[in-house]
Ligand binder design. Sequence first.
Ligand code: TMP
Length: 217
Amino acid sequence: MFITLEGGEGAGKTTQILHLAEWFQRRGTACLLTREPGGTPLGKSIRALLLDPENRSMAPETELMLYMADRAEHVQRVILPAVSAGRTVLCDRFFDATLVYQGFARGLPLDRLLQLHQLVLNGLRPQLTLLLDLPAEVGLARARGQLARGARAQAESRFEREEIDFHRRVREGYLSLARQEPGRFRIIDAGRDEERVEAAIRAAVAAFIHRPDASAP
Ligand code: TMP
């Protein structure tokens, strides 16, 4: 089973994916927990380039290709082998993030992004995508607070420095994808406290696992 978590800055994905992995663990399923960018050794170097605020003038096309390179490596070396072996994979961001950040927010054409993904994904698609949704202002304030407290490294702050309109387009982009694919997406209100978000995610995943047409978890 392949599950992804998505959302704008400060949505709490990184905390919630850990809670979800613990929940699976308690039910006897050891998950592979991974993320993009940076889910492979090569990807960690790509992540550093992508998130470094020193690289603020990077062209959108360059940014796109770096995310695609990170994903190609991640899909081939980590995700496909694990999914083929029947493991449960939880991934903090995946290809929806490229459609939203490089497509909706930066303005690169979505049809081209989808074409590139045909090459890189090899038919792989998440079965379930949890979208942690909250207003861009609230998420950005949380994320900038984490930077100020040192809970997130300044060396990874390139996107937190984007203007609020960029982050509004990110939110709208995700909601638009979720409307287009209601079978795959579950929208979780991430503006609530951590425990309630955790419970909502658990309920969504449990309902997905036990859906009537599910063949195997
Ligand atoms: P993170 O904060 O969830 O680790 O993600 C790093 C940043 O990378 C985040 O601001 C979103 C951005 N991003 C893209 O722009 N395109 C992508 O394809 C991915 C995976 C992330």
